[in-house]
Design a protein. Structure first.
Length: 367
């Protein structure tokens, strides 16, 4: 199962909104085939593994290990349960049940009814961690939210004058481009769009082309900005409450204008995240600035943090920090995290930290 999880990870960025899934087929203690879901619309992991069984060999009597319950419905591809039932393995070992409503135990039931031994729960914690973005979208209708920033040793993302290029080094910036290239959307606030004038594209391109989203109730997005000028490379959305007449030049340039409803930042964030879920977006990368990250933090909407720490100090009481908003009143109110992953990228330290899930979070338990 650990090998199947390794294989599943190869599909990251290629298979969304489907989940990443890996499969290993074992007979007589020996792996005879393996596979994974390689791209959206392509064969699922079970069918990929079955296609890799050496010619002339049968898997009758073998054990199939798969990281997520086999699907039992027709979507882009036929049901994986049909392929398994035709292959007649003796046993199917599943890391975790799939909460997707058209599956959710149905695949397991079909296999059991056919007389195949089914075991569920092997490496389940690791599978749930790998499937966390998929689980959140399926169970809440919202994408997995990844917050990213680069900061100095003294916790600043810009000087008091707003200068921030470049805090991090080339290796860190290359990692950010890889991160953009596997996400469905990249989100910034109107201030960042106006001051930094970013393009927010992945260079070189990754497996996904992220929609570039600007959240600005005041409509802070110029037609002359690099976002708008590169609209042929990737879509641009502006979420705003600004008068429609002021936005017509942006609409004419190809920007999708989405109207904000409600009168609080929390309501705006919820509306945007719900819409991302409706569009099938699984991973949303938030690149700031501090005001937007603070709004998301206050709304308890951030699932994962990617922080690049550069060996620089700029000081200054007015220098900008990464997360604004109201913040927490007590240290004990801070979110809990899994042990972070830490690596060195050139002169910088790269820290990745996921929030610990609670019993109220998606993907932890089910009826």
């Amino acid at each position: 199962m650990r090998r199947a999880l390794e294989l599943a990870a190869e599909g990251e960025g290629f298979v969304e909104p489907n989940p990443m899934v890996g499969c290993v087929i074992v007979r007589d203690g020996r792996c005879i085939a393996e596979g994974y879901h390689r791209r959206f619309g392509g064969p699922h992991a079970e069918r990929d593994a079955l296609a890799n069984v050496p010619q002339g060999q049968s898997i009758a009597g073998a054990t199939v290990y798969v990281t997520l319950e086999p699907c039992c419905h027709t979507g882009k591809t036929p049901p994986c349960t049909d392929a398994l039932l035709a292959a007649v393995p003796a046993r199917v070992v599943v890391a975790m049940r799939d909460p997707f409503p058209r599956v959710d135990g149905g695949g397991l039931r079909l296999l059991c009814e056919a007389g195949i031994t089914v075991d569920v729960g092997v490496c389940e914690a690791a599978a749930r961690e790998q499937h966390a973005p998929y689980l959140k979208r399926v169970q809440t209708g919202q994408p997995w939210v990844i917050a990213k920033w680069a900061m100095t040793l003294d916790g600043r993302i810009a000087t008091a004058t707003g200068n921030s290029q470049w805090i991090s080094g080339e290796a860190s910036r290359a990692e950010v481009h890889r991160l953009r290239g596997r996400c469905d959307a990249v989100l910034v606030g109107g201030g960042t769009a106006a001051i930094d004038d970013p393009t927010l594209t992945a260079r070189p391109p990754g497996p996904r082309t992220a929609t570039r989203i600007v959240l600005s109730p005041q409509g802070r997005l110029r037609v002359t900005s690099r976002l708008v000028q590169t609209i042929e490379e990737a879509p641009v959305q502006l979420w705003t409450a600004a008068p429609a007449a002021e936005l017509q030049p942006l609409v004419d340039a190809g920007v999708e204008v989405c109207r904000l409803e409600g009168d609080t930042p929390a309501a705006h964030v919820k509306q945007l995240l719900d819409d991302c879920g409706v569009r099938g977006m699984t991973n949303l990368l938030v690149e700031g600035g501090g005001g937007l990250l603070g709004t998301l933090f206050d709304a308890d909407a951030i699932d994962e943090y990617h922080v690049f720490i550069a060996p620089k100090v700029i000081g200054g009481a007015a220098s900008l920090g990464p997360v604004g908003g109201q913040g927490r009143s007590l240290i004990s109110d801070s979110p809990l995290f899994h042990p972070p992953l830490v690596q060195q990228l050139g002169p910088d330290i790269y820290v990745r930290a996921r929030r610990k899930q609670t019993s109220a979070d998606p993907g932890v338990s089910r009826p």
